[in-house]
Design a protein around this ligand. Structure first.
Ligand SMILES: Cc1cc2nc3c(=O)[nH]c(=O)nc-3n(C[C@H](O)[C@H](O)[C@H](O)COP(=O)(O)O)c2cc1C
Length: 199
């Protein structure tokens, strides 16, 4: 029996997806933000941790998504695990996590990834691969024989959910949708619908 808390529900599904499809990055999720031009934009990011509070991923705060979140923290996440016929939509608000928490995670990353974070000016157009390689080498030299600190512009976001939709396709005709909505007293209401697949 799934608990009335949607994070419990998420945990069960994620655990099952992780067991079955470890090699297929079950933690890859689509993140949709509302852009500076007022249009939604999606991209894939990796879920690195989830807690009772919500979902954490790491990024460049100065990227398009970072700027979009600054302007409008309302976002949508989508997990699509086709092999188990499951999809989860999560709506919520994004908050920067504490610097120390981002630093702790950054310190655990391989050196290459740390240099990558310094090198990559996410969402910027680069003239060529060589330009990127030169930047990488520049930081490699700068931090030679030193610990690499977390760049100021890099860190995590916590998505605090306000709504969940768990979709389970049952057969060719039907799918079950279990929805949770955050109430003012911070408890969740839940409804279950059986829907006809119309595709
Ligand atoms: C499998 C996969 C995982 C990715 N994970 C991340 C991630 O965890 N964080 C991130 O910033 N970008 C990640 N990216 C790159 C983003 O999809 C995106 O290209 C980049 O963050 C720039 O997005 P933006 O210009 O919309 O901000 C990933 C891409 C792929 C294909």
């Amino acid at each position: 029996m799934i608990d009335h808390n949607p994070m419990q529900h998420f945990h069960k599904w994620f655990y099952e997806a992780d067991e079955l499809y470890k090699d297929r990055e079950p933690n890859a999720m689509s993140l949709t933000t509302i852009g500076l031009d007022n249009y939604p934009k999606s991209r894939i990011v990796l879920l690195k941790k989830y807690t009772w509070e919500g979902f954490i991923f790491f990024t460049n705060y100065e990227s398009d998504k970072g700027l979009a979140i600054t302007l409008n923290p309302k976002v949508c996440l989508l997990f699509n695990w086709t092999h188990s016929n499951r999809m989860i939509q999560v709506s919520g608000k994004a908050f920067k996590i504490a610097k120390e928490v981002s630093s702790n995670y950054f310190d655990l990353r391989p050196r290459e990834s740390q240099l990558g974070a310094w090198t990559s000016q996410q969402s910027q157009v680069i003239a060529s691969r060589n330009v990127l390689q030169d930047r990488f080498s520049k930081f490699e030299n700068q931090f030679k024989n030193k610990e690499i600190p977390k760049p100021e512009f890099w860190g995590g976001y916590l998505i605090k959910p306000t709504e969940f939709h768990f979709h389970q396709t049952q057969d060719q005709e039907f799918r079950c949708q279990e929805s949770y909505y955050l109430k003012e007293d911070y408890s969740w209401s839940k409804d279950t619908q059986i829907r006809l697949n119309t595709y």
